[in-house]
Design a protein around this ligand. Structure first.
Ligand code: SAH
Ligand code: SF4
Length: 368
């Protein structure tokens, strides 16, 4: 009844189907599920990689998530905020190398000095590149007004991972206070969608105490939220965080296997969305980004953060690429796409097909 082959023939999956697909550990099925996801990806979004340049703007953060290396209580971290000229140099690199899209990520700050600074950066980037770069922001929970302000200044997409869609699990990986409320995070995610952003979210995979049912519910959460893009990858402990002391952690191999399975099953569940192959995956396994692409992902980020501060944006132990500069990362990306035999979409904004179709349904046109 719950045969993997039968489930893979279906057009839609029940929660139980998702649980079966995620919990199956037969090595032969690894290949089968990955191949099916890749076929769907090829048929729907093409054998194409969307490239984004990543700028880690600042590691200053007001929050204290129990898993994150740059949480505010970690006094070992040297805090930084990139200067305007450093951000503009990274944007210029992206534009000159025909990237088409940028992601600006940072710790969470809600003060006006910071929100205005981000607005100014967005305006300058637009001005300097004639609006050629689509920009994703990933700067945490903000007010609806601030999301609006950033949208008007030139941002197009917003990435706010729900981290764990189960409220109980969310609570176990965050301090129990007003600053780390599940409902606030959920409302912030809704606010980005309502503001008109292409909306992204995601979860960490292999968190201590996380069940296969939790992961199946994460996938249904993405579907029910009508999400446009996903960034999800393995949880990796950081030695200076409270969560690292938990002993009930799956092995690196198991977290990699589960992460790849999540990518493949999500591609089958939501064929038209953008799915990133993450740095966390690359951290746990050589060629991780390539394997993620072969499992059904279609987005890769190349890190453009100045080499001098990369070590300070250490979300988890052994983060991949911290000793590289932008050229080394860019060359690795070119090698990766070559190995996968995938076409890179140069100079393209690389919007989510799912989002474009929703917009076209409202406006009657399919703009890029
Ligand atoms: N401050 C913003 C964006 C920066 S953090 C925010 O929290 O939304 C970006 C992502 O890094 C987080 O969403 C989280 O999913 C991921 N992350 C943090 N610590 C991690 C860890 N130990 N292992 C894996 N991913 C982690
Ligand atoms: Fe700050 Fe984001 Fe890390 Fe939480 S995950 S501590 S909000 S940078």
């Amino acid at each position: 009844m719950n045969n993997i082959h039968q489930i893979l023939q279906k057009d839609s999956f029940s929660r139980n189907d998702l649980v079966v697909l995620l919990s199956d550990t037969d090595p032969q099925h690894d290949e089968l599920i990955r191949e099916k996801a890749y076929q769907v990806k090829e048929a729907v979004v093409g054998r194409k990689v969307l490239l984004r340049g990543l700028i880690e703007l600042s590691n200053i953060c007001r929050k204290n998530c129990l898993y994150c290396g740059i949480r505010s209580d970690n006094r070992k971290v040297h805090r930084y905020l990139l200067q305007e000229k450093e951000v503009l140099a990274a944007a210029r690199f992206a534009h000159e190398q025909h990237f088409g899209s940028l992601v600006i990520q940072s710790g969470e700050r809600n003060d006006k000095v910071f929100t205005d600074y981000v607005s100014r950066l967005l305006e300058k980037i637009k001005e300097q590149t004639n609006g050629a770069l689509a920009v994703t922001l990933s700067c945490g929970e903000q007010t609806a007004d601030d999301y609006q302000q950033w949208l008007h200044s030139g941002a197009h997409r917003y990435l706010l991972r729900i981290e764990a869609s189960d409220a109980g699990l969310y609570k176990r990986i965050h301090p129990d206070d007003e600053n780390h409320s599940y409902n606030k995070r959920l409302n912030a995610l809704s606010a980005t969608q309502q503001a008109g952003y292409q909306t992204g979210t995601g979860v960490m995979i292999g968190l201590p105490g996380q069940t296969i049912e939790n992961l199946a519910d994460d996938l249904l959460f993405f579907k029910n939220f009508d999400i446009d893009m996903i960034g999800m990858g393995p949880y990796i402990p950081h030695e200076d965080t409270p969560l690292a002391s938990q002993s009930n952690l799956l092995s690196d191999e198991e977290r990699v296997r589960l992460s790849l399975r999540m990518i493949s099953v999500l591609r089958l569940l939501m064929p038209e969305i953008n799915i990133a192959s993450t740095t966390a995956l690359e951290t746990l396994v050589p060629d991780g980004k390539k394997i993620g692409i072969m499992a059904g992902a279609n987005v890769v980020m190349v890190n453009l953060t100045p080499q001098s501060v990369r070590e300070d944006y250490m979300l988890y132990n052994n983060k991949s690429g911290i000793y590289n500069d932008e050229w080394q990362d860019f060359k690795s990306f070119l090698k990766l796409t070559d190995l996968c035999g995938e076409q890179v979409l140069w100079d393209k904004a690389g919007s989510s097909l799912h989002f474009l179709k929703k917009k076209a349904a409202c406006s009657g046109a399919l703009a890029e």
